[in-house]
Write a protein that binds this ligand. Structure first.
Ligand code: NAD
Length: 480
């Protein structure tokens, strides 16, 4: 049984209290490793290490920081097969998806921010002949980065890379549900020569170590990705502490399909948007609105394609749809499918747990599920299910589609499918979301602002937004 270790002061160490949690492989339902249940005493060690490393790292040249980060990115690429396999075992996602998306993006994140660090510049504001203002952008110091289980290494690196590139020292906590790749990553940090204490990785639950990280007085900024309820909890727990908070939270994203779309491409992409990563992407389009003239044709083709998704062992190269992340999460998703039927919905395809043969016979697999006949206001259409479940609904006018799309508390992402250029811009402008994709989904440029509005979050990640978050601006005004 693998015993995962914390990474503190450049070393792999056991948790101070010696407590561990079971780590389950979702595809088999079996415990296959142990995760440290870290506590405040581990955090204190990490804080001491970070304090000791802070000044040196902040004063390390941009080129040197970039060099170390690029070495880390290279090591991820060199170990991509091992990391993809670890991610597939730990999370239940298909190994081909893990390699092409998770691991590919993890090294891309680090390389992108390594370069961003060398290109980042600050502003100056001249006041005629009177004075000049310039903005210093210094590292904040010790920052906390907390990430979820759906893209374990991808979202972990998305946070720590800009934090480190800006010269901060980091205390990071991956999800206790999927800790393995962050653990493997800590070994790569040692191999890459990242100085001790610059990054410290503590494993454990939100209660035992996540909460203490967010409220520790020496941690001046917290970048969090996870559920909206946890985000609200962190906001309350840190109220009055004047920390910088970046909150990337849940979504219930609309997909709006107009009758003039490129039909075949749209259906394929809308399937991908709904079910990639077993529907466990904050950006997945789970409410699909279809203009009435093509509703029946779209529905038939959509269902046909959904039924072709290959459910299987995450470790098989042919698998497109693996296991959901845990038994609890599987049960939550199944309870929503039950609720959808009580709310009057009709299951058009899927709707059940799938039992596989062989080593995956006890795995947490759920069939891709499409539901019809629900109102926009019902729980199924209002609450984030975060699984392979989507609803389809017809609409008649553009204004109605926008109203339906905006009709939840969330506002993370959306996609709009049309060949009418004017309408595309008009609708994009009116949708309440941090991201609108037109005739595409999950096409990502790492320079763009990433994040949500309403209950989907506060602040933006990506590109300059992340560099600004992880630095403290100071205006210096010099009179001539
Ligand atoms: P979660 O909120 O349960 O946990 C996220 C992380 O926070 C985990 O590491 C967890 O241990 C930690 N945590 C839990 N309670 C905490 C507390 N009180 N204080 C500090 N840390 C705490 O979310 P999850 O179930 O891991 O992930 C799924 C959610 O994440 C979904 O809602 C999904 O939409 C969201 N998500 C959002 C984005 C985005 O970019 N907006 C990306 C991916 C996932």
């Amino acid at each position: 049984m693998i015993k995962i270790e914390n990474y503190i002061n450049g070393q792999l160490v056991a948790p101070q209290m010696g407590n561990y949690l079971d780590n389950v492989e979702p595809a088999t339902g079996r415990v296959y490793s142990l995760v440290p249940e870290s506590t405040e005493s581990d955090l204190e060690l990490a804080i001491q290490a970070a304090e000791a490393a802070k000044e040196n790292w902040a004063n390390t040249s941009l080129e040197k920081r970039a060099e170390i980060l690029c070495r880390l990115a290279d090591l991820i690429d060199i170990n991509a097969d091992e990391l993809a396999k670890a991610e597939a075992i730990d999370n239940g996602k298909a190994i081909t998806f893990a390699k092409a998306v998770d691991i590919y993006r993890s090294s891309a994140n680090i390389r992108f921010f390594a370069h961003a660090g060398t290109q980042f510049s600050s502003e100056s504001h001249a006041m005629g002949n009177l004075a000049i203002n310039y903005t210093l952008r210094d590292p904040i110091g010790i920052v906390g980065c907390i990430s979820p289980w759906n893209f374990p290494l991808y979202l972990f690196t998305w946070k720590i890379a800009p934090a480190l590139a800006c010269g901060n020292v980091v205390i990071a906590k991956p999800s206790e549900v999927t800790p393995m790749t962050a653990y493997l990553f800590s070994k790569l940090c040692i191999e890459a020569g990242l100085p001790a204490g610059v990054l410290n990785i503590l494993h454990g639950t939100g209660g035992s170590i996540g909460g203490p990280i967010t409220t520790h007085p020496k941690i001046k900024a917290v970048s969090f990705t996870g559920g909206s309820a946890t985000g609200a909890h962190i906001t309350k727990a840190t109220a009055g502490m004047f920390k910088k908070l970046s909150l990337e939270l849940g979504g219930k994203n609309p997909t709006v399909v107009f009758a003039d779309c490129d039909f075949d491409e749209t259906v394929s992409e809308v399937v991908r948007a709904a079910f990639s990563n077993q529907g466990q992407i904050c950006l997945c389009g789970s409410r699909i609105y279809i203009e009435r003239p093509i509703y029946d044709k779209f529905k038939a083709t959509f269902i046909e394609k959904v039924q072709q998704i290959n459910i299987g062992d995450p470790l098989a190269a042919s698998t497109q749809h693996g296991a959901t992340v845990s038994e609890d999460h599987m049960n939550k998703i199944l309870s929503y499918i039950e609720l959808a039927q009580q709310e009057g919905g009709t299951i058009l395809t899927g709707g059940k747990r799938r039992t596989l043969d062989g080593r995956c016979k006890d795995g947490f697999f759920i069939e891709p599920t499409v539901i019809e006949g629900l109102s926009n206001q019902c729980h199924t259409n209002q609450e984030e299910i975060f699984g392979p479940v989507c609803t389809i609904m017809p609409f008649d006018t553009e204004q109605e589609a926008i109203k339906l799309a905006n009709g939840t508390q969330y506002g993370l992402a959306s996609s709009v499918w049309t060949n009418d250029l004017k309408r595309a811009h008009r609708v994009a402008k009116q949708i309440e979301a941090g991201i609108v994709w037109i005739n595409c989904w999950l096409l990502r440029d790492l320079r763009t602002p990433f994040g949500g509005v309403k209950s989907s979050g506060v602040g933006r990640e990506g590109g300059l937004e992340a560099m600004r978050f992880f630095t403290e601006p100071k205006n210096v005004c010099v009179k001539y």
